[in-house]
Each structure stands twice: as structure tokens, then as C-alpha cells.
Unconditional design. Structure first.
Length: 247
């Protein structure tokens, strides 16, 4: 049975860009005869707030979108579906991928130092220092081959240039989005992935990772990357925290 998912991140209140993605995903699911799953991406525990998760359920109910897989309400989500409960599962899955040969290195470079993609390695040269992975001190990055490209649904994406040596495990000892998404989509059995065009690089990163995590369905999925909604000044819509500014 084909399956797609709505995968909001509860790091702010939803906006019209999120709703556009929800509508399109639900429409494509109906057209394909696919099951629709709700996957709330809350692995980043530092940004999670219950009111943001509640907003997801209120929004979907208001839009009349029903799903067949996933939590039914916030209490069910927090008790049984939260990714924050699965940190050790992601850690074990990453360890297995590394044991199978996934090339990685520990890196001390912070986001403020590493401007843009870590093309050819981070700015601090950590790729060649054989540093240990230590919570609070280092993150774990991929070690991409120069010029690495990935086929995403028939479109060749220059992964090394667009994403560089992207992070797999964060310095705050939490899994990065890319491996969480691969593992979750593998376990759900996702076959159709609908994202904004700005996440083409993430799709490429996840297709690259898929073989290391035995996620053949992720690499072979149908990918739909839609245009983004923008405001009157042409700026991409972002999440609002209702008086607290954008995140």
C-alpha cells in the first residue's frame, strides 16, 4: 500500500505555507490511493512546546484532513509517538550505519564559524583530525566525496555543493534531522514525499543516506517538490510564535 506523510515540526505555530503543503499532500494521497500518516518531527527537544503540537491537530481538524497512521491527539503523541523518546534508537541506527561503512568525522566547528555548506570539509579542518565525538564539544558530519551527486526522483542534485558535509549527530547529543527523517520514513514505509522546493537538498541528503540505513523505500520514493508561498515582499513564509516573532 502506498503511503505519504504530513511531517510538521512543532517549533512554532503553523502558517499558510504549512497548510499549503498539507493540502497538496492530502490531495496527492487521495489521487494515489495512498495512506496518509501524521509524523510530528519533534526530535529537537529544545524547541518543542506542547502548544505547537496542539496547533498541528487543531489545524488539520480545521482543514478537514484525516490520517490513518499516527497519533490521534497531543496526549497520544507525547506518550507513544514522540521522537524525543527515541534518541537511543536513532543513536543505535547511526552506529550500525557507521559500522557498515558510512564515512563520518567529528567536528568542533559551530554554526557561527561554518558559514554555508561544509564543502570539502568544515572550515576548521576537522575532517582530518580524527577527533572524538563528545557531547557539548563535537558534532558528527558526513564525509562526502568531492562533487558527490544524488538522483532524487529523476533529478540530479549536486549534494556536495548544496549541502556539504552535513551534520548527522549534533553537539548537544541529539540526532540531526536528516537521519531522523530517513529512519522515520523507512519505518513508516513512506513511498511519496511532498516537500517545498527549498528542501531539495534535504531530499538529496536523505537519498544519499538511505542505503546505509536499509531504507530502500526512501531512495526509491516519488518526490514532489512544490513552490513556496511568499509574502507581499517575496519573502518565504515562516512560523509565527503569535507575538514572539519568527523562528
Amino acid at each position: 500500500m502506498p503511503l505519504t506523510r504530513i511531517a510538521p515540526t512543532p517549533s512554532g505555530f503553523l502558517h499558510e505555507g504549512n497548510r499549503h503543503n498539507f493540502r497538496l499532500t492530502a490531495t496527492l494521497a487521495a489521487e494515489a490511493g495512498a495512506d496518509l500518516a501524521l509524523r510530528i518531527d519533534d526530535a529537537d527537544a529544545s524547541r518543542y512546546r506542547r502548544e505547537y503540537a496542539e496547533d498541528v491537530f487543531v489545524t488539520l481538524e480545521g482543514m478537514g484532513i484525516a490520517w490513518t497512521v499516527g497519533p490521534r491527539d497531543v496526549d497520544d503523541f507525547e506518550a507513544h509517538w514522540s521522537q524525543r523518546l527515541k534518541t537511543e534508537h536513532y543513536r543505535a541506527q547511526l552506529a550500525g550505519a557507521i559500522a557498515r561503512g558510512l564515512p563520518v568525522y567529528a567536528c568542533t566547528c559551530t554554526r557561527s564559524v561554518q558559514h554555508g555548506p561544509a564543502v570539502g570539509g568544515c572550515v576548521g579542518g576537522c575532517r582530518h583530525q580524527e577527533l572524538p565525538l563528545e557531547p557539548g564539544a563535537t558534532a558528527l558530519r558526513t564525509a562526502l566525496e568531492p562533487g558527490a551527486e544524488v538522483n532524487v526522483g529523476g533529478e540530479v542534485v549536486p549534494l556536495a555543493d548544496s549541502m556539504g558535509d552535513f551534520i548527522l549527530w549534533r553537539r548537544d547529543d541529539l540526532p540531526a534531522y536528516q537521519i531522523v527523517s530517513v529512519i522515520e520514513d523507512r519505518d513508516l514505509g513512506t513511498t511519496l514525499i511532498v516537500r517545498g522546493r527549498d528542501l531539495m537538498g534535504s531530499s538529496a541528503a536523505q537519498c544519499y543516506l538511505a542505503p546505509w540505513f536499509a531504507a530502500d523505500n526512501v531512495a526509491a520514493a516519488t518526490y514532489v517538490h512544490h513552490d513556496l508561498l511568499v509574502d507581499a515582499s517575496g519573502v518565504k513564509l515562516s512560523k509565527s510564535t503569535r507575538g514572539e516573532g519568527s523562528r
